[in-house]
Design a protein around this ligand. Structure first.
Ligand SMILES: Nc1nc2c(ncn2[C@@H]2O[C@H](COP(=O)(O)OP(=O)(O)OP(=O)(O)O)[C@@H](O)[C@H]2O)c(=O)[nH]1
Ligand SMILES: [Mg+2]
Length: 214
């Protein structure tokens, strides 16, 4: 799939303030700093579409980016940032879990996992919660440019093994780098397959003016 247009549409604090739309949405969740916003820019092919930062906690709202006027990429705040206050953590849990579990047009959730580090309990618990809610999710291993190929693959395999030990079964797993754009083609192709084709049934046919001469 080619990305012909990508634009920021709006931000929302919680589910109730999300845009009203029936276009399919694909949401990106994961620990703060794992690379969610960078990955969205990489997929969209626009470097500064979503705001990124080397400091964790940059994305604070639910951000909607419209792609090809046909579907949305949704950037979410990250979890697990130690400096966040308890009350903010509570708000995050309530607002983001409501968006993920109750948004009608949310097609699929990508849970991002840093390929540079060993499996983290928080990521496994998050996957467990997604599965308990019966939500459709995949894993994206990020920053694969940073470690040697074998190290990234090792960490990814450890994480996949841990998922399977916990009896968790994501739909797919992807390996990506926002820096080199590695993995972009496969990810876009897979997303494309999940988007329902627009029906041509209602396409207006040529205007028939025969009745005028009757
Ligand atoms: N080398 C490399 N750096 C990356 C990659 N993806 C993200 N980064 C860097 O990691 C840092 C965090 O990236 P963000 O995209 O802001 O991470 P985030 O998950 O959106 O973070 P929050 O919004 O704080 O939750 C930035 O310094 C990025 O430049 C990648 O694939 N490769
Ligand atoms: Mg972000």
């Amino acid at each position: 799939m080619k990305v012909d247009s990508a634009q920021f549409v709006t931000s929302a604090k919680d589910l109730a303030s999300c845009i009203i739309s029936d276009l399919p949405e694909f949401a990106f969740i994961g620990r703060s700093n794992v690379g969610k916003s960078s990955l969205i820019n990489m997929i969209a092919g626009k470097k500064e579409l979503a705001h990124t930062s080397s400091k964790p906690g940059k994305t604070q709202l639910i951000n909607f980016f419209e792609i090809n006027r046909a579907w949305y990429l949704v950037d979410l705040p990250g979890y697990g940032y130690a400096k966040v206050s308890k009350s903010k953590q509570y708000d995050f849990n309530r607002d983001i879990s409501a968006y993920l579990s109750e948004r009608n047009n949310l097609k699929h959730i990508f849970l991002l996992v840093d390929s540079q580090i060993d499996p983290q309990g928080g990521d496994l618990s998050f996957a467990q919660w997604l599965q308990e809610c019966d939500l459709s999710y995949s894993i994206i291993f990020t920053k694969i440019d940073r470690s040697s190929n074998s190290n990234a693959l090792n960490n990814a395999q450890c994480f996949l093994n841990a998922l399977s030990d916990w009896d968790l079964r994501p739909t797919k797993s992807f390996y990506c780098s926002a820096k080199t754009s590695k993995g972009r083609g496969l990810l876009l192709q897979w997303i494309h397959q999940q988007i329902p084709r627009r029906s041509k049934k209602n396409k207006p046919s040529g205007l028939n003016l025969d009745w005028m001469s009757r």
